[in-house]
Ligand binder design. Structure first.
Ligand code: SF4
Length: 213
């Protein structure tokens, strides 16, 4: 069986017809980024611009995401970005449960290949996937959970911050992003130093020799 890669998953997604969203999309949006990324961002679904170009987070929300990453010294190219649905819901409506369920297989497979240290959920649909359906973004943004041994961090979707457009929300968003570097550091297992070379056996002292008799 061929080894699965992010490219092979992306190729499948581009021609995927597993849910009705394929009928109205222009391009499916598999996700993009560093195949060795430690951090994976998972948003909601493609918007107009993303659908036109087949790339995730390239509109105003994407610009805010890139800006926030810059605040914490991370380049967008260093992370991997995808969505819980990869074809645009018409008119940017919420994805339906059946669509979320159909596309979830790709989320799981991308995570399995990437094996990120940290998954950052952007918005309520992605949050619900990892934190459970009862989670409320206003209450748990900035908090973490463990999913299949991977740490997940809940954050607002950048579009929600743009909609609100208040300095307080922007500040709160930047503060949530500032949680990422220390989290990544705490998740990095330090490489144990090599054990010291064995010390040569000490010759028995005169006292030891006397005890033998
Ligand atoms: S949203 Fe996901 S499952 Fe539905 S057609 Fe697009 S890629 Fe396939």
């Amino acid at each position: 069986m061929p080894v699965e890669t992010l490219q092979s998953i992306a190729a499948e997604i581009r021609v995927c017809e597993k849910c009705e969203l394929f009928r109205t999309r222009t391009h499916a949006v598999p996700g993009e980024g560093n195949p060795f990324a430690e951090i994976m961002f998972i948003g909601e679904g493609p918007g107009f611009n993303e659908d036109q170009q087949g790339r995730p987070f390239i509109g105003a929300g994407g610009q805010l995401l890139t800006e926030m990453l810059r605040v914490i010294g991370i380049n967008r190219e260093d992370v991997f970005i995808t969505n819980v649905v990869r074809s645009r819901p018409p008119g940017n409506r919420d994805p339906l449960p059946v669509e979320l369920a159909a596309c979830d297989e790709y989320t799981v497979r991308q995570i399995a290949v990437l094996q990120p240290k940290l998954i950052v959920t952007l918005g309520r649909f992605s949050m619900a996937r990892f934190f459970g359906p009862r989670a409320r973004i206003s209450q748990i943004h900035g908090q973490t959970c463990l999913w299949e041994g991977i740490t997940c961090l809940a954050m607002y979707h950048p579009a929600a911050i743009l909609r609100n457009n208040s300095p307080q929300m922007r500040q709160m968003y930047a503060d949530d992003f500032r949680l990422i570097p220390p989290l990544i550091e705490s998740l990095t297992v330090p490489i144990a130093p090599p054990p010291p070379p064995p010390t040569p056996e000490e010759p028995p002292t005169v006292l030891d020799q006397m005890r033998l008799f």
